[in-house]
Design a protein around this ligand. Structure first.
Ligand code: SF4
Length: 192
């Protein structure tokens, strides 16, 4: 069964991946801005050529390497799109976000944090408790990145979910400080 390669010049951005993968089929034009499909027939900037059996893998690779999908390979008899069948295997997996805090929550072995906005000192304070209600380290600041990176550098956190939670709460606290809003840990910000 004959396989055809179709090259769309309008889509091409001329990065040359196809030339590297299948030099017997593709070359760049004189100024390097577009590919040329050798020995092809053209209609409306779409070029078509028949693929020799022993070059099929090279041309398939060229199509896969094209960043803008300017190259298509299909079976001339069935019209089946060969490369898109292969590409489907690499399709991005979409996962609906789900999490049950009651069932899945895991306590961080290194402790927990008490977060507050200190309006008098105009800063956010993050207290680490290694034991129940006993703050052993307090990190303060006004920049979320600086605060949570200091927490990480001081090795006060271990659990990734906990780190994500802390980042979100520190961001909320800093936003509350900046806009003079009420901050209560774990509550949504009141944006009146
Ligand atoms: S890989 Fe695609 S974009 Fe790059 S030159 Fe070839 S056809 Fe054009």
């Amino acid at each position: 069964m004959a396989k055809k390669v179709e090259y769309n010049r309008l889509k091409c951005i001329g990065n040359g991946n196809c030339v590297a993968s299948a030099p017997s089929y593709f070359q760049l034009n004189e100024n390097g801005s577009k590919a040329i499909l050798k020995n092809s027939k053209e209609k409306d900037d779409v070029f078509v050529s028949t693929i020799e059996e022993n070059k099929l893998n090279d041309v398939i690779e060229a199509a896969k390497q094209c960043p803008v999908n300017a190259i298509k390979i299909y079976d001339d008899e069935t019209d089946e799109d060969i490369v898109s069948v292969n590409i489907k295997k690499d399709k991005v997996e979409e996962i609906e976000a789900k999490y049950d805090d009651l069932k899945e929550f895991e306590m961080d072995k290194k402790g927990y944090f008490l977060i507050r906005v200190n309006k008098e000192k105009q800063r956010v304070e993050v207290g680490h408790c290694g034991e129940l209600n006993k703050v052993d380290v307090m990190v303060y600041g006004t920049n979320p990145l600086e605060i949570y990176m200091t927490v990480i550098k001081k090795d006060l956190i271990e659990n990734m979910g906990h780190a994500a939670y802390l980042g979100r709460e520190i961001q909320k606290a800093c936003t509350a400080l900046k806009h003079n809003l009420e901050y209560i840990q774990d509550d949504e910000l009141e944006t009146v």
